[in-house]
Design a protein around this ligand. Sequence first.
Ligand code: ATP
Ligand code: MG
Length: 359
Amino acid sequence: MGSYKIAVLPGDGIGPEVVAEAVKVLSIVGKKFHHSFDLRYADFGGAAIDSSGVPFPPATQEVCMSSDAVLFGAVGGPKWDTLDPAIRPEKGLLALRKAAGAFANLRPAKLFSELADACYLRPDIVANGIDILVVRELIGDVYFGEPSGIEVRDGERVGFSNMIYAEHEIRRVAEVAFETAMKRGKRLCSVDKANVLAVSRLWREVVTEVAKGYPEVELSHMYVDNAAMQLVRNPAAFDVIVTGNLFGDILSDEAAAITGSIGMLPSASVGGANTPGLYEPVHGSAPDIAGQNLANPVATILSLAMLLRYSLNLSAEADAVEAAVAAVLAKGYRTGDIYRDGMKRVGCTEMGQLICDAV
Ligand code: ATP
Ligand code: MG
């Protein structure tokens, strides 16, 4: 029996809908396992811009940093797209990750056997199973590299962004990836573009150096274009993938897509010393389906399972949540994004309730 502080940031779009279902599941877990969860709600993203003018207000930062873990939904939407880029909702997400020092984003892409029929790939490829973990560097790369901007040169506008990595940034994320690989299939594929990018040549060098400390892990290197292709041709070839922020953004969405639905995929952002882990679904705020009870809450509920496992060390509780998700899928319940003929179509709140009941 324990007592935990969880910061809850519902955010925008479908964020509040899917977070509400995860919170329902958390309260059932609390009752069943006799834990007390102190839920500390705070505004974030577009919701925070509306209430206080900035996407990650100091009050929200304080709530997050004094909590054991942070659970959040998604940020952004058309309402805020015309704002100055410096105060867009997405900037709040980058600032939160930076504040938490969360430099490693763990994105499992696992195909539930119940959803094999929803997978886009040929059955003979799917038969080998898909169970990949993408470790994406999260607080460096071209998203943060300065200088960046748009300026006029020789009478025309020129846009530039700087892809930059320091040795220590590569080393620490590589270490997380090797540690993770040790707990899984002991195969690590490092993805870069070393044939054309200087920054990637350094990436490859540093990852190769880190590998010396992990002789049991089989390390391979792959160019990002080839990795994008191999993910759809032979996903079973991958166990753990480690890559930079930009390539990881793209490859983890691709890995998401081949497992059937982006609505199924959780993520964890970890790494900071004495700072909370951040847990969020891989998907965005999905403004196209927001407010219609159509969103799949499973990605957020599985993110909650990762939170229980990694930040609170509650593995039996995490197992119970994951087993409940599998049980509900096995009974044929599906939200629209994973619906197939003959299945039972449910909305976001019904899916959440079914998972609660199964826990
Ligand atoms: P972001 O830039 O925040 O990552 P995005 O533009 O990449 O956002 P998402 O918000 O992830 O896009 O949505 C992409 C598509 O997937 C949309 O059509 C959306 O409706 C769908 N989608 C995303 N999340 C879910 C979910 N939980 N359940 C069902 N469909 C979803
Ligand atoms: Mg996206």
